[in-house]
Design a protein around this ligand. Structure first.
Ligand SMILES: *[C@@H]1O[C@H](CO)[C@@H](O)[C@H](O)[C@H]1NC(C)=O
Ligand SMILES: *[C@@H]1O[C@H](CO)[C@@H](O)[C@H](O)[C@H]1NC(C)=O
Ligand SMILES: *[C@@H]1O[C@H](CO)[C@@H](O)[C@H](O)[C@H]1NC(C)=O
Length: 604
């Protein structure tokens, strides 16, 4: 039930529209009118010279409604004008400290706070690109992410200083300016930056600083766990920012709405739906550091929130909170996000009242997206088969799945729906592209997502393929976790995969390992190692110790078998361990632990 929503200047998909949704055009007229309106608007922006970026649009919003609250955060309100002035200060301080030039990149390593948005605006004013680091990553991954987009400077918030100290020698080797958002810093090599911001002038910056920006210029780098290896920086161009910034408009959000943002701003959903879409609509953002199920509705009530954003987990956590008399006492009318399960959806509506849910699908770096507009079907992008790799016919072309079957979602790459690839990673960029899909020589973007289309062309997300799985809204690259495990001296081999757990979206991490001859598994040491090196969501919750390796199958077959076998100690003969946070150790897996996990008594 997804209707295509991105597709720059949707003119491109008019023929597709006619072909696929003609019967539904009339009932869905309002949505189609909005999309076409936005498409026309965008093609107008595109023709402007220089390119009319979202930043210039923000500056026009500031002129139109300077006093409108823009960000509400922990008891403080910043108007559109405040944000403009504050970002002028930040831009000037950045200019002075880091000598930035148009086209340079600065990495942000910060949690959700208004400064995040000011930084982003400031970099736009300098014609620079922001690289948005995930604040959960550490050590080797952090250094890798930082390095792969050639950033000149790193801006961090005070609470992440320890993580940066760990990689400081490597940063200094690369001559990187490291700036902490604090009034002072006692660490050599980390300069205080908040004091410099406070002292800087808030006069507007010359547009000449960004005069060379075009539709194709990099606006942000967002990190994604693609199919293999360490995270990759997906380049989001200025025109892609626009495409993403009309999602709320397409979903029917008006300039009177108030949006509640608690997803991390380093992710596309937090940044685009939460911030750039809000700018596009000229609305107020109620920003939170982190999602809190217990505070959620109180926040919504206190700030008259009308639009919320979600990932599947959030909706489930909200449904799991104790029922209250005032559950329906709020003004939320719309929820936009992805990953909600049908049963949670029903329960959510039943409990919290009449809220329209707009489920959408889009990959950060991809060139395709859909939105579920209340039961109206849509389809674009041709799925071809099958489980891990596309099935090809005798001519080497992909087979299209039939209705009802699950297939891999791919989307044609063209000048109107380009795939910008990953910074300094041509190999991975190439791997995300599929050639000879329906015709010799054609080129498609491989989303890595399995979808099913039903009789009415409604899309249903099924799973991810390849060497990633999704857990708590984050993609986990199995090879990255395996590399971390292999750092342990007694582990000879490690295969990492995701397993399904009853009651959860996505999959949680599991590793099958082989211990070196004459060595032993040390559950306490293994625990502290993974906890030190991996973010919470990527931890292998189960470890399976294998002595003999299956040599008759391919690696992929072995992995699929492991996934299917899961973590049930009754059916698996190998020693199994479970990561126990309280005991700070892996503990032997038992039938009791297994059933407590399946029944939800043990929280993962
Ligand atoms: C814009 O590009 C021109 C030509 O490439 C260059 O001379 C000029 O310095 C650039 N402007 C800025 C602000 O970088
Ligand atoms: C929320 O709405 C009520 C009634 O419309 C109004 O009295 C109140 O001031 C509003 N609160 C905020 C924070 O805007
Ligand atoms: C789309 O939305 C409708 C109701 O708004 C819902 O019944 C349906 O299950 C949704 N479909 C998907 C695939 O999410």
């Amino acid at each position: 039930m997804y209707v295509l929503f991105t597709v720059l200047a949707s003119l491109l998909f008019l023929p597709v529209l006619a072909q696929h949704f003609f019967p539904y055009l009339i009932p869905d007229a309002l949505y189609i009118v909005r999309i076409i309106g936005n498409a026309v608007k965008m093609s107008r922006y595109q023709r402007k010279k220089p390119f009319y970026t979202l930043l210039e649009y923000f500056l026009d919003q500031v002129k139109k409604k300077p006093d409108k609250p823009f960000i509400v955060f922990e008891g403080r309100t910043y108007t559109y004008l405040d944000a403009d002035r504050e970002s002028n200060r930040v831009a000037r301080a950045l200019q002075a400290r880091a000598r930035l030039e148009e086209g340079d990149t600065v990495a942000l390593f910060m949690g959700n706070e208004p400064s995040y948005v000011f930084m982003w605006l400031a970099l736009g004013k300098l014609g620079c690109t922001a690289a948005l680091l995930n604040y959960n990553i550490r050590s080797k991954s952090l250094m890798h992410c930082f390095s792969c987009c050639d950033a000149r400077a790193l801006v961090l918030s005070q609470e992440l200083k320890d993580a940066v100290k760990e990689i400081l020698p490597a940063l200094r080797e690369q001559n990187v300016k490291v700036l902490v958002l604090a009034e002072q810093s006692d660490t050599e090599g980390i300069e205080s930056f908040q004091d410099k911001i406070n002292q800087a002038s808030d006069d507007p910056l010359s547009t000449a600083l960004r005069s060379n920006i075009t539709a194709k210029s990099a606006a942000v780098y967002i990190y994604t766990s693609g199919t293999t290896g360490l995270p990759k920086a997906a380049m989001i161009s200025q025109e892609r920012v626009w495409v993403a910034s009309v999602i709320l408009s397409n979903a029917g959000v008006t300039s009177q709405d108030v949006i509640y943002v608690n997803l991390p701003l380093y992710h596309a959903s937090g940044l685009f739906i939460g911030v750039t879409c809000a700018i596009e609509r000229g609305i107020t953002i109620v920003l939170r550091r982190k999602f809190s199920a217990s505070q959620f509705w109180d926040d919504c009530r206190r700030h008259n929130v009308t639009v919320i954003q979600y990932i599947g987990e959030i909706m489930r956590y909200l449904c799991n909170t104790p029922k209250k008399d005032n559950d329906r006492d709020h003004k939320v009318r719309l929820a936009v996000g992805n990953g909600i399960r049908a049963d949670v959806w029903k329960e959510f509506l039943h409990r919290f009242g009449d809220i329209k849910i707009r489920e959408l699908y889009a990959a950060t770096e991809g060139n395709i997206g859909f939105m579920n507009m209340s039961g109206k079907p849509g389809s674009v992008g041709h799925p071809c088969l099958n489980k891990q790799e596309p099935v090809r016919n005798s001519e080497g072309l992909c087979l299209e799945v039939s209705k009802g079957e699950t297939g891999l979602l791919v989307a044609k790459i063209s000048s109107r729906s380009p795939f910008n690839g990953y910074a300094r990673n041509p190999q991975q960029t190439k791997e995300k592209q599929l050639q000879d899909v329906f015709q010799k020589g054609d080129l498609y973007y491989n989303t890595g997502d399995l979808m099913r289309i039903d009789e009415d062309n409604f899309f249903y997300f099924q799973d991810r393929v390849g060497d990633t799985f999704r857990w708590k809204g984050e993609n986990v690259a199995t090879t990255e976790v395996a590399e971390i495990l292999l750092m342990v001296d007694y582990i000879e081999e490690a295969t990492v995969y995701g397993v399904k757990v009853a009651g959860f979206e996505g999959r949680t991490g599991m590793a099958a390992i082989k211990i070196k001859e004459g060595k032993q598994f040390d559950p306490v040491d293994a625990f502290s190692h993974v906890v030190n090196y991996l973010p919470e969501y990527a931890l292998p919750r189960f470890i399976r110790i294998q002595n003999s390796l299956d040599v008759t199958s391919t690696y992929k077959q072995i992995k699929m078998k492991l996934v299917d076998e899961g973590f049930n100690p009754v059916t698996i003969e190998d020693p199994l361990y479970f990561l126990n946070g309280q005991k700070k150790s892996y503990v032997p897996m038992t039938a009791e632990i297994y059933s407590a996990i399946e029944s939800g008594d043990i929280k993962l």
